[in-house]
Design a protein around this ligand. Sequence first.
Ligand SMILES: [Zn+2]
Length: 238
Amino acid sequence: MNKLKNLYNLQFQFDKIGLLKKEEQEIKRNYSIIENGTKKKYSEWKQLKIKVKNMKAQLTEKELEFRTLDEKRIAYEKNLYSDYAPKTPKELQELQQKIENMKLSNQNIEEITVDLINDVEKEELNLSNLEEQFGRCKEDFKKEKAFFVSRMYQIEKETKEASEKIKYFRSLIPQELLDEFDIAFSRGQKTGVVRVVSGNCSGCRTVLSERLLDSIRKQPNSLHYCENCSRIIVITDD
Ligand SMILES: [Zn+2]
């Protein structure tokens, strides 16, 4: 059996941990995107809810204003035809003018009220759409959270298992080979051992020389290094 195989097995576990770490970052990123999106939807919904509430309060206020002014106008009109009606033409004209102004004011209030009713209707529709969107976000977030919790647990478990395997493989490898591995590992940015894949180095993709490939085939138990990246090259079955 190829004595160097365990070097590759050791590297394989480091690669696995690296992939798990990458996956963990990706999951965390997705989780925070969905979490922030949900929070944003909620705050949009809440803000619009307050806006609609204020608009409705304004509407009630306008309606009250309209009624009050209208009652006042009716009283003035009654006055116009009562025993207390102004006697002089000037007073009469003033009263008529007042009534006319009230009518104009109320027309104005009515216009504002109609606009408000339309706006409230429009924003209530937006609010219900937002509420629906928020509901969907919440559902998505719930699912993402469940996935996050279970996958993170799994990743932690798998990382632990890989660390155990690293310890195990290290115990099988002679110290001088381990020293070589550790040097290559730090030099090769956490990839100390590479494979030959169709005559190329799996670490840096360089085409390996026939001389080197021949030497690896003839002496599979000796250490060989990539001519380009200086990582340890091991022949594997696959
Ligand atoms: Zn290489």
